[in-house]
Write a protein that binds this ligand. Structure first.
Ligand code: T5A
Length: 210
C-alpha cells in the first residue's frame, strides 16, 4: 500500500460507529496497512474539541445556522491540520463522521437548505471528499435505546425527538442513493452480521483501489 485513503463511518446515535471503526482498523491491518490515523467530528483538534463540547452541551442554546458553521469550523481545522497532512504522507484516515453528518443532521434534521450546505462545503473544502463512507442504517428508536443502555445521559442532539432522527435517517439514505462511494449497512442486525458486512465493504474498496 502506498497512497492513503479517507474512510468515514456515518450513522445515527447508537448505530455502532465505534464498533465499526475497530472492525475497519482490523481489516486494514490484516491487509498490510500499518499507518492509520483516527479522527472524529466534531472534534479531533484542540480548537474542534472545544467546539464539540459546546455543540454537545444540553444546556447550550444554538441556532441552526450557528450550529452548521461551528460544524464546518471544526471540520476545516481538522481537514487542513490533520487529515490532509496524513493523506499526503500516505496514511489511511478513518473518520467517525464527516461532511455527510452536516447534510443529514443540519440539512435533514434541522430542515436547512441542503444545496446551501453543499455550497459551504465546496467553498471551504473544495473537492475534498472521503474515498469510502460506511453508512450504518438503523431505526432511530433502536439506536437511542442502545445509547440509553450506556446510562451516560443524553447530549444536546440525543435530546431531539424521533421526527428529527427520522429526517436525519431519510436524508442519509437519499444521499447514499446519489453517491456510489457511500455503502449502506443494516446496523439493526446482529453484531456478527454487521461486522461481516463492514469487512466485505472495506475489502471490496481495497480491491478496487488496487
Ligand atoms: N453532528 C455531527 C451534526 O449534527 N453535524 C455534523 O456535521 C457532525 C459531524 C456527535 C453529534 O453531533 C452531530 C451528530 C451527533 O449527534 P457523537 O458522540 O460523535 O456526537 O456521535 P454519536 O452518534 O452520538 O455517538 P454514539 O457513541 O452514540 O454512537 P455510536 O458510536 O454509533 O455507538 P456505539 O458504537 O458506541 O454503539 C452503541 C452501543 O450499541 C452496541 C454497542 O456495544 C454500544 O453499547 N451495539 C450493538 N448492539 C447490538 N447489535 C449491534 N449490531 C450493535 N452495534 C453496537
Amino acid at each position: 500500500m502506498t497512497a492513503g485513503s479517507f474512510i468515514v463511518v456515518e450513522g445515527l446515535e447508537g448505530s455502532g460507529k465505534s464498533t465499526c471503526i475497530s472492525t475497519i482498523s482490523t481489516v486494514l491491518k490484516s491487509n498490510g496497512v500499518e499507518d492509520i490515523v483516527f479522527t472524529r467530528e466534531p472534534g479531533g483538534t484542540s480548537l474542534a474539541e472545544k467546539l464539540r463540547s459546546i455543540l454537545l452541551d444540553p444546556g447550550e442554546k444554538i441556532t441552526p445556522e450557528a450550529e452548521l458553521l461551528m460544524m464546518y469550523a471544526s471540520r476545516v481545522q481538522l481537514v487542513n491540520t490533520v487529515i490532509r497532512p496524513a493523506l499526503d504522507r500516505g496514511s489511511f484516515v478513518v473518520g467517525d463522521r464527516h461532511d455527510l453528518s452536516s447534510v443529514a443532521y443540519q440539512g435533514g434534521g434541522r430542515s436547512m437548505d441542503i444545496q446551501m450546505i453543499k455550497n459551504i462545503r465546496r467553498s471551504v473544502l473544495g473537492d475534498f471528499r472521503p474515498d469510502l463512507t460506511v453508512l450504518l442504517d438503523i431505526d432511530p428508536l433502536v439506536g437511542l435505546s442502545r445509547v440509553d443502555s450506556r446510562g451516560a445521559g443524553r447530549d444536546r442532539f440525543e435530546q431531539e425527538k424521533k421526527d428529527f432522527f427520522q429526517r436525519v435517517r431519510d436524508t442519509y439514505l437519499n444521499e447514499a442513493a446519489l453517491d456510489s462511494t457511500i455503502k449502506v449497512i443494516d446496523a439493526s442486525r446482529s453484531l456478527e452480521d454487521v461486522t461481516l458486512n463492514i469487512k466485505h465493504a472495506v475489502e471490496e474498496f481495497l480491491c478496487s483501489r488496487g
